[in-house]
Design a protein around this ligand. Structure first.
Ligand code: TTP
Ligand code: MG
Length: 391
């Protein structure tokens, strides 16, 4: 593809509702309304099964229930959605550092140049969709275009589970026919005012000169004209907010065998370290999170001598923390989690300077494991100990 930039806009489908259907299989295929079910309750989102009835975000819950009496209403679980969102943004970060979050389920990615590494741009987008599906069991809609405006427009054109390209060809054939209400910043009332002027489509806007556009829309007019012609110079601005990478598991019952908990922990260390390496990051701290049946939660942290992305080193520290805690009085566990924090970018020069042979061997094992996971999915391979309790 011969574009100045390659921008993806990714927007998850019915995000909150899709997570509820994921966590509660009995809700799959059914109309679901997420939101507070009280007299003043509002719909956060409606599943795609509820949308043909006219249900949508920001609608009074009472109205939505009238429109779709069979809909199942579920409460909002913000913490869970944020957790899924964090995983989602990690997948983005594995693809490119040029990640600009727009909301909990929406992002711009500048993947210019990654085509050479990862294949054609469409293939990059397809692969990202597949990865989101394989890792999170959720669907995303993606717009692929030479700029932000067109990418965002495109991601909305074939929802759910869509992949829409707005390239030079579509800018000529498809863009002019789009109705004005799809324009960023034009609400329903402005669209109605446009109709009074006989303006209905992007093509109508594109044909106007700046003076005419200002007459109708005021000072924003010329910008609407530029966008309607498919031009947009804004760049993707990445957000380098401090983050951590973690993995946790809640058990169906309290687990009273320390060895069983430890083997789950090893699996988590394995996954977290793979994710570190994929994102080119090293961890300066390791944190263990342990929750008991009564919801009391404790955490234990340890700072590393030197930031690392190696499974063996992360496992050694996690094990140390675990054993120290278990010796202090093991209690049955409801949840175990492991997190890598104080993350820094892997410095390739340092890597070369400090490479000793043992290090090299470990790194080769780690790389081989990562490659198999890339090809066959995260669960394809784990270290032997995560299947067998360790002595
Ligand atoms: P959206 O991406 O706008 O909607 P969506 O993901 O539910 O559906 P779509 O397939 O059309 O993208 O918003 C993401 C989440 O943000 C949504 O699942 C719920 C929440 N949200 C609200 O809580 N209130 C709102 O008014 C909107 C618009 C979204
Ligand atoms: Mg969405």
């Amino acid at each position: 593809m011969d574009w100045a930039r390659t921008i993806l806009h990714v927007d998850m489908d019915a995000f909150f509702a899709a997570i509820e259907q994921l966590d509660h299989p009995e809700l799959r295929g059914k109309p679901v309304l997420v939101g507070y079910d009280g007299p003043r309750g509002v719909v956060s989102t409606a599943s795609y099964e509820a949308r043909p009835f006219g249900c949508h975000s920001a609608q009074p819950m009472a109205v939505a229930k009238r429109l779709c009496p069979d809909a199942v209403v579920v409460g909002v679980r913000g913490g869970r959605y944020r957790e899924v969102s964090r995983r989602l943004f990690e997948l983005f970060a594995e693809l490119t550092p040029m990640v600009e979050p727009l909301s909990i389920d929406e992002v711009f990615l500048d993947v210019t140049g990654t085509e050479r590494l990862h294949g054609e741009a469409v293939e990059v987008a397809r692969r990202l969709k597949r990865r989101v599906h394989d890792e999170l069991r959720l669907t995303a809609s993606i717009g692929l275009a030479p700029n932000k405006f067109l990418a965002k427009l495109a991601s909305d054109m074939d929802k759910p589970d869509g992949l829409t390209v707005m390239g030079p060809r579509e800018i000529e054939t498809r863009l002019p026919g789009l109705t004005i209400d799809r324009m960023w910043g034009i609400g329903r009332s402005t669209a109605q005012r446009c109709a009074a002027y006989g303006l209905k489509t992007f093509g109508d806007l594109a044909a106007m000169n700046d003076g005419q556009l200002e007459e109708v829309f005021g000072s924003a007019g010329p910008t609407f004209g530029t966008l309607a012609r498919g031009k947009d110079d804004r760049v993707v601005t990445p957000d380098h907010a401090a983050k951590s990478i973690s993995q946790e598991q809640t058990f169906d019952r309290d687990v009273a065998e320390a060895e069983a908990v430890r083997s789950v922990l090893l699996g988590q260390v394995d996954q977290v370290s793979t994710r570190l390496r994929r994102q080119g990051l090293r961890a300066g701290t390791v944190t263990l999170k342990i929750r008991y049946g009564d919801f009391k939660t404790v955490s234990r942290s340890q700072t590393m001598d030197e930031p690392t992305d190696q499974t063996d080193r992360l496992w050694a520290v996690s094990q140390l923390l675990f054993d120290r805690w278990a010796r202090g009085g093991f209690e049955p566990v409801r949840l175990i989690g492991m997190g890598a924090g104080s993350l820094t970018a892997t410095d390739v020069w340092q890597m070369a300077l400090f490479a000793d042979t043992d290090d090299d061997r470990r790194r080769r094992v780690d790389t081989a494991v990562d490659e198999i996971k890339d090809r066959f999915g995260m669960s394809a391979i784990g270290r032997a100990e995560s299947k067998r309790p360790r002595r």
